[in-house]
Design a protein around this ligand. Structure first.
Ligand SMILES: Cc1ncc(COP(=O)(O)O)c(C=O)c1O
Length: 378
């Protein structure tokens, strides 16, 4: 492939720091300044002579760490005192089962919108528990390539559950579903903290950390006070939201390193980026650069409907498998990592979470243009 000076320069820089343009869907890229900070203070955390992984979760040093991560979450999302910020192990997948276990009301259905594999898994966990699950809308008829607009919420429902961003196929709710007063519950794993949100219609929001806010090993849960009143007494201690809310997520040893990194990522988000409005602007710009190439292309074809497109996971195909494979091979050789689509969808996917830089996306776009030109010219 001929060298385009604009992105060849950037490629040299990446090689020099032995870093690639990382489009992983999760675990995913973390901000470089955060990684450097972790490296710098790893052997001696805040003058303790120990690393963060070697100190007690009951120490004042760790307490400051978790308190600061919670305070930053509150500020970034504009949370009132009504909301608790909690940390759980078990990933977003444990939340699929904890949500119905804790929050379904006796004799009342639980409503789900099915927009992909992760919603389907959440639904399965509610069904396993024998809950009366109603699928009030689904986009399964077209392989989840759009977000349904028509649904009726039963006023009797315990909650309405939806996935705010569908990581695999690349759709994202730009306007959240209307619960008509029924509490909304959302799996925001792959777009949490990527944009400002109005939390007031939400009873609970959960997100695995490993896409936008930190390393794997922890899920963040934002839960409204009134939801805690629903938690049945007969649940195992570790599976009750009230256990975490009563102990500030310190009932047992929490994933201390992951929580520490979340705190650093949130500080970067607040102090370097300037908050969620600014983050959203950058994320929109990154996504629109990529969608523009796809829309004007003769070889890249978007997988989902325009109105349902995600700013976090941009999915596309090439006209045939051979060209698709060549694209992926050349991408890897040129420092673009993890552009292969999920096995259930195929094609390509670029995950553009918060830590993926505008420069990485500009560089990718230049590479894609050049690849297209070359493949059309033969
Ligand atoms: C939207 C969504 N929900 C849930 C999950 C599962 O997360 P975990 O592996 O933390 O259980 C993922 C993982 O990719 C996801 O993208």
């Amino acid at each position: 492939m001929t060298e385009n000076p604009q992105w060849a320069l950037s490629r040299r820089e990446f090689r020099a720091q032995k870093r690639v343009h990382n489009f992983n869907p999760g675990p995913a890229a973390l901000p470089l300044p955060v990684l450097k900070e972790i490296q710098e203070e790893f052997l001696d955390f805040h003058g303790s002579g120990m690393s963060i992984t070697e100190i007690s979760h009951r120490s004042s040093l760790f307490e400051e760490t978790i308190d600061s991560a919670i305070a930053r979450t509150r500020r970034l999302l504009g949370l009132s005192d009504e909301y608790h910020v909690l940390f759980f192990q078990g990933g977003a997948s444990l939340q699929f089962c904890m949500v119905p276990m804790n929050l379904s009301l006796p004799g009342r259905p639980v409503d789900y919108i099915n927009t992909g594999l992760w919603s389907t898994k959440a639904i399965r966990e509610a069904r396993i528990q024998g809950k009366e699950v109603r699928i009030i809308a689904t986009s399964e008829d077209k392989k989840f390539s759009y977000l349904p607009t028509e649904y009726t919420v039963d006023g009797q429902a315990s909650y309405v559950h939806f996935t705010s961003n569908n990581t695999i196929v690349g759709t994202q709710w730009q306007r959240f579903p209307d619960g008509h007063g029924v509490p909304l519950i959302s799996d925001m794993s792959s777009d949490f903290m990527s944009r400002p949100i109005d939390v007031t219609p939400f009873g609970l929001i959960y997100a695995g950390a490993q896409k936008n806010i930190g390393p794997a090993g922890v899920a963040m849960v934002i839960i409204r006070e009134d939801m805690l009143e629903r938690v049945p007494d007969n649940l195992p201690t570790m599976l009750r939201y009230t256990t975490a809310s009563n102990t500030k997520s310190l009932f047992n040893t929490p994933p201390t390193f992951a929580i520490y990194v979340i705190g650093l990522v949130l500080r970067w988000l607040e102090e370097t980026i300037g908050g969620l409005e600014e983050m959203e602007k950058i994320n929109k710009e990154k996504a629109s650069l990529l969608y523009e190439v796809i829309d004007k292309s003769e070889i890249y074809q978007g997988i989902v409907e325009h109105g349902s497109r995600s700013t976090m996971n941009v999915t596309f195909r090439l006209p045939n498998e051979k060209l698709g494979q060549r694209f992926l091979d050349e991408a890897i050789r040129n420092g673009f990592h993890a552009l292969k689509g999920h096995r259930s969808v195929g094609g390509c996917r670029a995950s553009l979470y918060n830590a993926v830089t505008l420069d990485s996306v500009r560089t990718l776009v230049a590479f894609m243009r050049e690849f297209e030109e070359k493949s059309i010219r033969g």
